[in-house]
Write a protein that binds this ligand. Structure first.
Ligand SMILES: Cc1ncc(COP(=O)(O)O)c(C=O)c1O
Length: 471
């Protein structure tokens, strides 16, 4: 009874805070600390766990990611006499502030993470010509779509079960004279880099491109991911660490690629370059063209607006505080999950997760369905298959483009595809919800259906079992 009233009070407090006008990272942190103090963890994990006791946790994938504070910043901006709304000073300021936060020389703000993927690959193609790009099978559709649209050939690699990123050994094994880049994804806030991978690619002169759309603020060896690659991409979609409603960023230290990406963002226009020397060179070479209308590339319009940049600047101020809360939430989740049923041994050094990762230890379809039912029963929104829904090679857009042998030779990705979930992890998520959910999930028990070993000890070349195909 005492435990229940604790829970209700905590929930009421959170609901009050959810509706408060001034919610921000600091406040969310204060609420969390006070809840930790009032509710002993042991009380929560020992509560009864049959379906009859499931309570609706009202737990969406993301909550309040564009806050009152951001909207107030936007309203203040709109109160200027004649505010300019199309890309201008606010976008430039956001790019500068983002570059400083990340630790890169240049950033280019675009209208989505997918546009960031596309421009990155388009710019690379201008510089390297056609060839192969090594990509993960577990990623977002736009990573692969960008590779295909830019005329590259994707070469797929299975995941490392402890980072969910590409298996570095397999990446290096697939590098050939045709390789133009390795385009890796840092999955759901886990770093996918290793010393060996970075060192070998540098030694062999293979460009690394980082998709950090799901991993703002994650670090490798204490340095932010997104600073290791020749180019890196971020997404500011609502469900990510920070949001500009829609938005994305391309980051690089390379001055030439920076100019190419800037031009490609706006129709390929040379006047979008910040290099006077480059503009003069084009004007001299194409003397029959007006300098305002020289299109260097067959490019796109993927600009964002001043409004999105104002929101981004406001968001950036609390990004670090929110990352710290999310990190704590994920640790709490891993600490209280039953490691016999669920994977809890991810490499979380330097992690930054906007989602809680839930992966079954064994390929057990009965437990998987029980988990899905329990999540729905507890009002927890989830996605199955992790990033991008799992194995991209199983998707219609790729099926006819690659032989089935490739599709079926990805045992780790397929395990994540069929037995992986992610749930929302936002700063205002009450820690007692995490503990309650762990109690429910642990109570689902082993079904005894599957006794195959954990995915980390599966032989690398094992093919997928028939049971998977109908899932
Ligand atoms: C790894 C990854 N790359 C790219 C994207 C595309 O970002 P956006 O939704 O902003 O287009 C996403 C989207 O979630 C993603 O998870």
């Amino acid at each position: 009874m005492l435990q229940r009233s604790h829970g209700i009070n905590v929930r009421r407090e959170c609901e009050r805070e959810h509706h408060s006008k001034h919610t921000d990272g600091d406040r969310a942190q204060r609420i969390m600390t006070s809840m930790h103090e009032r509710m002993p963890v042991s009380d929560l994990v020992s509560m009864p766990h049959d379906a009859a006791t499931w309570t609706d946790l009202h737990w969406p994938l993301m909550y309040n990611n564009v806050t009152r504070q951001d909207l107030d910043a936007l309203i203040e901006f709109l109160h200027h006499d004649i505010p300019r709304l199309t890309q201008a000073e606010q976008v430039e300021a956001f790019e500068r502030e983002w570059s400083t936060w990340l630790g890169v020389k240049h950033s280019v703000f675009v209208n989505s993470g997918s546009s960031a993927n596309l421009l990155t690959l388009a710019a690379l193609r201008e510089h390297t010509g056609p060839g192969e790009i090594i990509v993960p099978a577990l990623t977002w559709v736009s990573d692969i779509a960008a590779v295909l649209h830019c005329g590259f050939t994707p070469v797929f690699v299975d995941s490392d079960p402890s980072t969910l990123g590409m298996d570095p050994e397999q990446v290096l094994a697939k590098v050939t004279s045709k390789t133009r880049a390795v385009f890796l994804t840092h999955v759901l806030g886990l770093n996918a880099l290793t010393d060996e991978l970075v060192g070998e690619l540098t030694a062999r002169g293979i460009p690394l491109i980082e998709d950090a759309c799901e991993s703002h603020g994650a670090t490798f060896r204490g340095r932010k991911v997104g600073t290791f690659g020749l180019l890196s991409n971020f997404s500011f979609y609502f469900a990510h660490h920070m949001s500009t409603i829609e938005g994305g960023m391309i980051c690089t230290d390379d001055p030439e690629l920076y100019q190419t990406v800037r031009m490609m963002r706006s129709h390929g226009l040379v006047r979008e370059s910040t290099s006077e020397e480059l503009k003069r060179a084009y004007a001299r070479r194409y003397a029959d063209l007006h300098p305002d209308f020289i299109f260097a590339f067959p490019a796109y319009n993927v600009r964002s607006t001043e409004l999105n940049a104002v929101i981004g600047r406001s968001q950036l101020r609390r990004l670090d505080a929110n990352i710290a809360i999310r990190r704590r939430n994920f640790q709490l989740f891993l600490d209280h999950l039953d490691p016999d049923l669920f994977r809890t041994d991810f490499q979380i050094e330097g992690n930054s997760n906007y989602a809680l990762i839930l992966v079954l230890q064994r390929p057990d379809p009965v437990l998987r369905d029980r988990v899905a039912q329990a999540l729905r029963g507890c009002g927890v929104e989830y996605r199955q298959g992790l990033s991008g829904g799992g194995n991209q090679l199983r998707q219609p857009y790729l099926r006819h483009r690659c032989p089935s042998v490739d599709r079926l030779n990805l045992p780790v990705v397929d395990h994540l595809h069929f037995y992986g979930f992610y749930l929302g992890n936002y700063p205002e998520l009450p820690p007692d919800h995490i503990l309650t959910l762990c109690r429910v999930l642990n109570g689902l028990g082993s079904t005894g259906i599957c006794t195959r070993p954990m995915i980390s000890s599966l032989p690398k070349k094992e093919s997928v079992h028939v049971e998977h195909r109908s899932a």
